[in-house]
Structure formats: C-alpha cells, structure tokens
Design a binder for this molecule. Structure first.
Ligand code: 9WN
Length: 414
C-alpha cells in the first residue's frame, strides 16, 4: 500500500465524526492545532470533511473568544487530565482552560485561497470566530505588548527545556489534588514529561480553577508567565493572513494592523543575542532560555526579524544540520539537556517541519527548506507516521498512526 493511502487510512481511522483525534489511546479528544493541520491533509481528498474539522473546533470557542487546546465531547477514563480535572471551564462544550498556537486563520486562508469560488465563500462563515480568537490573544494574554503564555501545554511544546526557567520559578501547590497519570500507560515514560513537570502543569490548572478561569487573572497572577516564539510567530503570521481575508471580505483592518505592528515590534523581545537566535523568555524576570528550538526559525514563516537575525538563524540551522541526520530537532543538540527521544527535548515534529519549511521557501531559503522537508519525508518512509521522530536515527517516538504526520505528508504530495 502506498504511503499516501496509508496516510488517508490513518485519518479515516482517527475520525470521530466531524473531527479527528490525534491518535487513539493517548489522545482521545479533539486538539486545537492538531485539527488545523489535519484539515490541510484531509482537504487533499475531501474539502467538505476538512471544513468540518474547522467548524467543530470553533464549536468549542469560549464567549471571550478563546479556542481551547482540547475539546472534551466525552469523558474518557483513559485520559488525564480530563474534563473533571479542568473543572468548570467557560465554553459551550467542556474543555481545557488554555489555548494552543493559533494556526487556524493561516490554515483557513491556505485552504480557501486554492478552493472553488463556492468553497472560498466559506471563509466568511468563520471569519468572526477567527477574529475573536486573535483578539483574545492580544487582550487576555498580552503583557506590555508581548503575547505571553501561562502554561507549557498552551505552547504545544509541553516539556521543551525552554520552559525550565519558568517552571523553576514556581513551586508545586502544597494542596495539589492527588492524581494518576494515564499518558505513561500508553507510551514509554522515558519519552514523556517528568513527574515534577506534571505536578507543575497541574499546579497551573489548579490555579486556573481557583480564579474561575478568569483569563486575565491567569495571565497576570498565575504561577507561570513566559513568551514563546512559537505562539508569537504563529500569531503574527496568522494576523497577516487574517488581514488578507479581511480585505477580501471587505471588513475593516485597522485593529488587525495595530496587532501586526505590535507583533513586529515584539519580535525583537525574543531575540537572544548571546545565542543569535529567537528563544523563549521569562516575562517576569526577562531571562532567556538557552537553546535553539524548532520554533526559532519561524521568523521566516512570520516574515519577521531583521536580515541579520535571519542570517544568524540560518547559521544556527547549519550548525545543527551538521549534528543530526534529520532536521529539525525540537531542542538544541549542543545543549546539555538535549534528549533525542524525549518528546520536546530533541525529537523532530512534523507540524513544526511543515511551518519551518514553508516559511523558508516563501523567503527564498530553498536549500534549507528542502532539507527540512526531505528529512521529515525520509523519517516517515523509514519509520511510518509517528507523532515525532528521533533526529539522530529517524526512529519514531511516542505514538504511531498519528494524524498530523499523515496530514503533513498528504499536504506535501499535492
Ligand atoms: C497536552 C495532541 C497534543 C499536541 C501537543 C503535544 C501533546 C498533550 C500531551 O499532544 O500535548 O496537550 O498530553 O502531551 O505536545 O503539541 O497538540 O497531539
């Protein structure tokens, strides 16, 4: 069977009726940015079904505009933390109380730019929801002009060592309610976040509950507050795509223009001059993380940063490309805490390679774009559709039969 057919079979098997789960067992619900990437893959063979991936995600949007990271349409005892642990969240469907990198507007623009006139018209149906979700990031999560994050899960890069400086600055709640992890029952614990990290992740959840999921309070008073190049660059790119759709639909663009100006100015805040790279930063202390990650090069995707910053970013990528066989590792192979098999501490991630390669090729950096694209394809050909891959050996890590891996593969075959 061809890999393309296998990819379609995975997406069909993970379909739960209008939305797709990332993989069965470990992730039994609808995840925010997973669904956006999945829509790109499904659109290669069924536009109508791809569109429902987007509308079902928007069904979970909160009245304040936030699109949550996970929508719980059931209560699966096999997953933790499920709806009861998140408590009384404020959306129309039980959900988490945090968001995820806002790739959705970019995906909607990509899908509809290439669609028939009838399908293109569908962007009008979702425009207001997309707008509200961006406004939420700019209002509820912004501190002094910088978009922030309150939880490593919100960044989509759970245990990346970038978060250690923020996590080291917080303590586990003394009254943290006891719990049993389920993730380690579905995958090898050596690939997953540590117990201490999980305790802190749940401490933040407990704080969110204690303030009734008031998002402004969670940002201002919560135990963790960092700026993430992933959320920053994804949002900046998505603001630009939202603006293009606003123009197309005859909507006002003034407020979006303000967001874009603010975003361009904030890019510099994430520039770690010692490393010559965009890295995460603790917003309360100003401290930078110390390594090049797989979102450091998203400056190309957002078409942001100075020529000097971009040149140094590419130099770092050349350095890393000489250290691993499969670009782009999620953490710097020259950093002490690089672990090629542990989740966001080293493995390459398909959706990150997709965005990085797209940005590089849009900005004319074709050789590096091709390396990032071809390395993921080689890893898939060698090992299958895994959640992430060891960048040294190309072996699959954590979960197989993974939806966004299948989706990225399909989107690249067209
Ligand atoms: C927590 C679903 C999600 C991805 C994230 C990835 C992982 C969850 C977890 O899986 O996060 O949201 O339990 O580890 O880090 O990017 O969206 O695929």
């Amino acid at each position: 069977m061809s890999l393309t057919q296998k990819a379609i079979d995975i997406l069909t098997k993970n379909d739960r009726g209008g939305y797709t789960i990332p993989t069965s067992g470990l992730y039994p619900y609808q995840w925010n940015w997973d669904s956006a990437f999945v829509a790109l893959g499904i659109a290669t063979y069924d536009f109508t079904r791809a569109w429902s991936e987007i509308t079902t995600l928007i069904e979970g949007q909160w009245p304040d505009g936030m699109i949550p990271s996970i929508i719980f349409r059931s209560d699966d005892p096999d997953y933790f933390p499920g709806p009861s642990r998140w408590g009384n969240t404020l959306g129309p469907i039980p959900s988490t109380g945090i968001s995820q990198p806002p790739v959705l507007a970019t995906v909607v623009r990509t899908l509809t730019d290439n669609a028939t006139a009838q399908d293109k018209a569908r962007r009008a149906e979702v425009y207001d929801a997309l707008y509200a979700s961006h406004k939420w990031f700019h209002e509820a999560r912004t501190v002094a002009g910088i978009v922030t994050t309150v939880h490593p899960w919100e960044t989509g890069r759970d245990n990346c060592p970038e978060w250690n400086i923020g996590l080291d600055g917080m303590t586990v709640a003394p009254d943290l309610a006891p719990y049993t992890r389920m993730d380690n029952k579905h995958s090898d614990p050596k690939f997953r976040p540590s117990q201490e990290q999980y305790d802190k992740f749940l401490t933040i959840v407990q704080f969110g509950q204690s303030v009734g999921w008031d998002q402004r309070r969670l940002t201002d008073e919560g135990p963790f507050l960092m700026a993430d190049p992933n959320i920053h660059f994804v949002l900046l790119r998505a603001d630009k795509d939202l603006r293009a759709m606003a123009v197309d639909l005859g909507k006002p663009t003034d407020e979006i223009d303000g967001w874009i100006d603010k975003g361009e100015a904030a890019t510099d805040y994430l520039w770690n001059d010692d490393l010559g790279a965009f890295t995460a930063r603790d917003v309360r202390t100003g401290q930078f993380s110390g390594g090049f990650s797989n979102c450091s090069a998203l400056c190309f995707y957002a078409d942001s940063g100075t020529p000097e910053q971009r040149a140094k970013t590419l130099e770092n990528m050349e350095r890393i490309a000489a250290r691993v066989d499969y670009m782009l590792p999620s953490w710097d192979p020259d950093a002490a805490d690089f672990e090629p098999q542990r989740y966001w501490c080293g493995p390459l991630w398909p959706q990150m390679n997709y965005m990085t390669a797209l940005g590089l090729s849009e900005q004319g950096e074709n050789a590096m774009a091709e390396r990032v694209r071809a390395d993921l394809c080689r890893a898939i050909e060698q090992s299958g559709f895994w959640e992430c891959f060891n960048p040294v050996t190309g072996e699959g890590c954590v979960s197989s039969q993974f939806s966004w891996t299948a989706a990225v593969w399909l989107s690249w075959q067209h």
